[in-house]
Design a protein around this ligand. Structure first.
Ligand code: HEC
Ligand code: HEC
Ligand code: HEC
Length: 429
């Protein structure tokens, strides 16, 4: 018995020692030699393609601070564990990537490791960018170093809570949840579908918002595109596989492509963070790439997630809500909730209205919003905010009214839902 215990003890010590070595190796990666990046040869075609791909990856969306210089860093990325600030990607040699090589750039995108060997936080969506080919990362790099103006703006320190600010914790996270993986084409599918799969899963990182995560912020196997709350709990990125949420399985391919390009359609507008993505990224994608992405999105297996859909309240009209709707909403969305063409979305049959998770409906009424300005919708109409005009009770009433009118049949919203919404915001502030 003692010998067994001793043996177990020895084994445990060995395992701990091995894990320490693995963690130590993971934390202390090697640096890649500095070069003058601006001297690396490239062609105008490559720079152009790089600019295009940077748009698909929305690099500027995070790497530009509000009102700051393009790509100079400082954009805040909120996570449930604190704020991570995107870095300076301009060709400045001291703080930017002016002394990086194409190899160090590929390693950052593919492996999430900086030029000096330091591990990077996955708030930088490298778990997705890992799929990007060397050819494509070289093109993005040549765009950044040859087109973008160098700016010597210092990087902002991350404000992560313990233990997430610890590099060993990050190393452990990576060992558990991240493996650099090149894109795997599916030979049974068409070239178009594979192009869509490459972009949606990789550079366009749609799953960064739309996939359920575990308590440590890592994707969960089998829950890809399953829908997830945004880190501040103010928006919900709906499931791309559930027809009651954001699945596009029933939309014609041209309709999906047009939605990603214009940000509006008779079936719904792009709101909040999604409006941002259309505005900064997908509106610039070529017709061929949008068609490819749509082909892939349409093919996602439709699942019915197990989020409870309580039985709707039928028969009763929320009279208070009806009055508020008439005063505050009908001028744009119409007496019958039919909206007006692409300018004002129809609320009858609208998934934002009907979804079991009411977060987006509440956020939109409180904050209002603008559809993204795009070539197909150059001067989008806006919806005014109502946080200063309507009480929580009013919002619950008007939301209940739209959820149960004109053929809509979703459960009423209660004041308890409003309390839950506000408490969820509190927990991360
Ligand atoms: C969702 C926000 C987000 C997007 C989109 C994004 N990044 Fe970042 N990126 C970050 C954050 C945050 C960091 C800092 C990570 C860290 O310091 O650990 C970062 C770091 C990097 C780094 C490492 C820089 C260094 O000094 O080590 C590179 C390279 C980079 N990003 C390139 C890109 C490119 C290229 C794109 C577009 C294809 C892109 N990023 C899109 C958030 C983003
Ligand atoms: C001045 C016109 C205007 C008024 C008034 C207005 N809306 Fe809107 N509404 C819009 C526009 C424009 C959009 C698209 C916004 C976007 O894309 O961000 C929108 C979007 C919506 C959506 C999301 C639809 C979708 O496709 O996802 C809902 C739900 C909604 N409004 C409900 C209401 C309610 C409830 C009221 C009254 C409390 C209201 N709206 C008042 C113009 C208006
Ligand atoms: C920054 C987070 C974020 C990213 C990245 C993102 N989405 Fe979204 N998406 C959202 C949120 C939040 C909503 C809900 C608001 C709305 O309905 O527009 C949404 C809504 C949608 C919808 C619902 C459309 C409807 O009207 O029913 C589709 C489809 C969609 N996204 C597809 C995509 C695709 C494709 C990508 C990648 C190109 C993507 N999203 C990337 C956050 C994101």
């Amino acid at each position: 018995m003692r010998r067994v215990l001793l043996g177990l003890f020895g084994l445990t010590v060995l395992v701990i020692a091995a894990l320490t070595v693995i963690l130590f190796r993971e934390v202390n990666g090697s640096a890649i030699a500095a070069v003058d990046a601006t001297k690396i040869a490239s062609t105008p075609e490559q720079i152009e393609r790089g600019e295009y791909l940077a748009r698909i990856g929305n690099c500027a969306g995070c790497h530009t601070a509000r009102g700051g210089e393009a790509y100079a860093g400082g954009g805040a990325v909120d996570t449930p564990f604190g704020t991570v600030y995107a870095t300076n990607l301009t060709p400045d040699a001291s703080v930017g990537i002016g002394n990086w090589s194409t190899e160090s750039f590929y390693r950052a995108m593919h492996e999430g490791r900086s030029q000096d060997g330091r591990l990077l936080y996955p708030a930088f969506p490298y778990p997705h960018f890992s799929l990007t080919t060397r050819d494509d990362t070289d093109a993005i790099f040549s765009f950044l170093v040859h087109r973008v103006k160098p700016v010597s703006q210092r990087n902002t320190e991350h404000t992560l809570a313990f233990p997430y600010n610890n590099r060993y914790a990050l190393a452990a996270w990576r060992i558990l949840y991240f493996k650099p993986s090149p894109f795997q084409a599916d030979s049974a599918r068409s070239a178009q579908w594979n192009r869509g799969s490459y972009l949606v899963q990789g550079l366009a990182h749609c799953g960064a918002c739309h996939s359920t995560r575990n308590a440590l912020g890592a994707p969960i196997a089998g829950h890809t595109y399953d829908g997830a709350m945004m880190p501040l709990n103010d928006w919900y990125a709906p499931s791309l596989t559930d027809k009651r949420e954001a699945s596009v399985a029933d939309w014609p391919i041209e309709h999906i492509a047009r939605w990603l390009k214009d940000g509006t359609s008779p079936s719904g507008a792009a709101l909040g963070p999604m409006a941002e993505i259309v505005f900064q990224s997908t509106q610039y994608a070529t017709h061929a790439d949008l068609t490819a992405m749509s082909d892939y999105l349409k093919s996602l297996t439709v699942t019915s997630n197990d989020r409870a859909t309580p039985t709707p309240t039928t028969g009763t009209i929320n009279e208070a809500g009806k009055r508020i709707y008439k005063d505050r909403c009908a001028s744009c969305h119409g007496d019958e909730g039919k909206g007006k063409s692409d300018a004002f979305p129809a609320l009858a049959g609208n998934r934002t209205v009907l979804m079991a998770n009411p977060t987006n409906l509440i956020s939109l009424i409180l904050k209002g919003g603008f559809a993204p300005a795009t070539a197909g919708n150059p001067r989008p109409h806006g919806m005014p905010p109502f946080y200063h005009l309507l009480t929580d009770t009013d919002i619950a009433n008007v939301a209940s009214f739209v959820r149960s009118s004109w053929g809509n049949a979703a459960p009423a919203l209660t004041e308890l839902d409003m309390v839950k919404y506000r408490n969820a915001l509190e927990t991360v502030r």
